[in-house]
Design a protein around this ligand. Structure first.
Ligand SMILES: [Zn+2]
Ligand SMILES: [Zn+2]
Length: 134
C-alpha cells in the first residue's frame, strides 16, 4: 500500500426498531457492503436507496430519481418503520433520520438529498473508535 490511509470506519447498521441488519452484501459501493433503506419521496414515489457503508463517504445509489434538495422519508426494508428522530438538521432544517449500529452507537443522517454534510455522520465517533480499538 502506498502511503498511510486514514483509518476507515466501516459501519454495521441495524434498524432501531426491529434490530435487523440494514447492510446489503450484494450491492457494493466502493467494494464495501452498502446500507439499504426504502425511501418515499415528497410526491409519494417509493424506491430503494443504498448508502456507502464507510463513515463520511457520501456515495449512494437509488433506483428512483430524487431531486437535489428534496426531502425523502426513510423506512426499514424489514419492518417498514419510518426511521425518524424528533430532531431537525442544523444545516437545512429537514427531519433527521436515525439508525443504530450493531456495536451500540447511533448514526443520524439528514433526510434531504443533497445535504451531504449529514449523510452517515456518527453521533459519537470517538466513542465508537474507542470501542473498535479496545
Ligand atoms: Zn426494522
Ligand atoms: Zn440537512
Amino acid at each position: 500500500m502506498a502511503g498511510k490511509m486514514k483509518k476507515q470506519v466501516i459501519l454495521d447498521v441495524i434498524c432501531p426498531v426491529c434490530h435487523k441488519s440494514l447492510m446489503d452484501n450484494e450491492i457494493e459501493i466502493k467494494g464495501l457492503p452498502s446500507v439499504c433503506l426504502n425511501i418515499r419521496t415528497e410526491d409519494l414515489r417509493q424506491g430503494t436507496v443504498h448508502l456507502c457503508g464507510a463513515y463520511e463517504c457520501f456515495e449512494h445509489l437509488k433506483d428512483i430519481p430524487v431531486k437535489e434538495g428534496e426531502i425523502a422519508g426513510f423506512y426499514c426494508p424489514h419492518c417498514h418503520s419510518e426511521l425518524l428522530t424528533g430532531e431537525i438538521c442544523q444545516v437545512c432544517g429537514a427531519p433527521m433520520v436515525e439508525m443504530k449500529l450493531a456495536s451500540g452507537g447511533i448514526i443520524k443522517i439528514c433526510s434531504r438529498f443533497g445535504c451531504f454534510n449529514h449523510f452517515l455522520s456518527l453521533a459519537d465517533l470517538e466513542a465508537e473508535r474507542h470501542r473498535l480499538e479496545v
